[in-house]
Design a protein around this ligand. Structure first.
Ligand code: KG4
Ligand code: ZN
Length: 343
């Protein structure tokens, strides 16, 4: 049975995992850096890169020990090669190159976004191509038609902030800890989603894209007004994001024959968002798939799984594979106004 060692260090989570072609996660270790970045309210690239370099070797040792394997027992090493914070990206990619070289195994340089995009197939054996993917993370907010391994058509992207970035910025305005998504979701439980009137940028528009910058400014005004409780602001903000995501996904579904709507990326860990998109899929007569929360936020199991899919398609890389800060899944997609390029 094919086994791949996956490595991830493109943002603020360091991770190693061993995954088999028959969809078993033999071992996974993830170490986040939230405490290190919390004082700054966001990820500090230099701190992140140093932390990855310190932690990753121990995580590789740990997963191999947990699975009672040596690197000689794996069939290939898959490492994230971008997009992301370049200092961090280089840590997993170089570690992967070193292991592949030493053990004489193929290297697979994985696009982090492809890791997110294929992650639902790790847990859903019957999820076939094509599917419509809503990829929502800290650096990306895109709708893509996933036609096959390495075959993506971008239908929509954000013209300003990513969805996760909006959560993180709103959380900062509410003096909540980084990362903002889980903190807002928790606070929103005790709030009224209809209490604070907030805009839904681009909702109802025929333009396919997303926008969240105006929503952030409105949250800023709501906080400054002193008229609302933090819980009401959090719940109303979360509802506004839900409405934007559902409206944009609905527009894309109406233009697509894809039988399934799939959501992936860190923001897909949010239960209100998962529920609203499941309802949308049902209304539109499509299947719905979302990975479990541990597979939505950054992890190496999804990188190992993308490696399994790429190896099966005969796609391996040379040891000179570059680390890329920017690496769109659909290279032919046009840049849109001010679209964020963070991972
Ligand atoms: O995919 P991910 O772990 O890293 C990137 O590749 O960006 O996504 C991280 C983002 C952060 O912005 C975080 O606030 C958001 O995902 N996030 C959430 C939740 N959990 C993580 N957003 C909303 N609700 C959540 N429960
Ligand atoms: Zn990610």
């Amino acid at each position: 049975m094919t086994v791949i060692l996956g490595l991830e260090s493109s943002c603020d989570d360091t991770s190693a995992a061993l995954v088999t072609a028959d969809r078993r996660v033999l071992a996974q270790a993830v170490v986040g850096q939230n405490a290190a970045h919390q004082p700054y309210g966001g990820v500090v690239p230099e701190i992140a890169a140093r932390a990855h370099a310190e932690i990753l070797p121990a995580l590789i040792r740990q997963v191999l020990d947990d699975a009672k394997m040596s690197v000689r027992d794996v069939d290939a090493v898959a490492a994230t090669a971008g997009p992301g914070l370049i200092g961090g990206v280089m840590v997993a990619l170089l570690a992967g190159k070193g292991l592949a070289l030493a053990a004489g195994k193929p290297l697979i340089a994985v696009n982090h976004l492809e890791g997110h995009a294929l992650s639902p197939r790790l847990v859903n054996p019957d999820l076939e191509f094509p599917y419509l993917l809503l990829l929502v993370s800290g650096g990306h907010c895109q709708l893509l038609e996933v036609r096959g391994v390495g075959d993506y058509q971008r239908l929509a992207t954000t013209i300003d902030d990513a969805a996760g970035e909006a959560f993180d910025k709103a959380a900062k305005l509410l003096s909540l800890a980084y990362p903002g998504g889980p903190a807002i979701e928790e606070l929103a439980r005790n709030g009224d989603p209809a209490a604070v009137p907030l805009p839904r940028p681009l909702v109802g528009s025929g333009e396919p894209h997303f926008s969240f910058a105006g929503l952030k400014s409105a949250v800023q005004r709501a906080v400054a007004s002193g008229d609302h409780t933090p819980a009401d602001i959090a719940a109303s903000f979360q509802q506004a994001v839900v409405d934007c995501l559902v409206d944009r996904a609905a527009l894309a579904l109406r233009g697509s024959d894809a039988p399934a709507l799939v959501v992936a990326g860190g923001v897909a860990a949010n239960h209100t968002i998962r529920g609203a998109l499941a309802d949308l899929a049902q209304r539109e007569g499509r299947r719905f798939a979302v990975p479990p929360a541990w597979l939505c936020t950054d992890n190496a199991a999804m990188i190992a799984w993308a490696g399994i899919e790429r190896l099966a398609a005969g796609l391996t890389d040379n040891l000179d594979a570059p680390a890329r800060a920017r690496w769109p899944l659909d290279e032919s997609a046009e840049k849109v106004r001010g679209a964020g390029v963070k991972a």
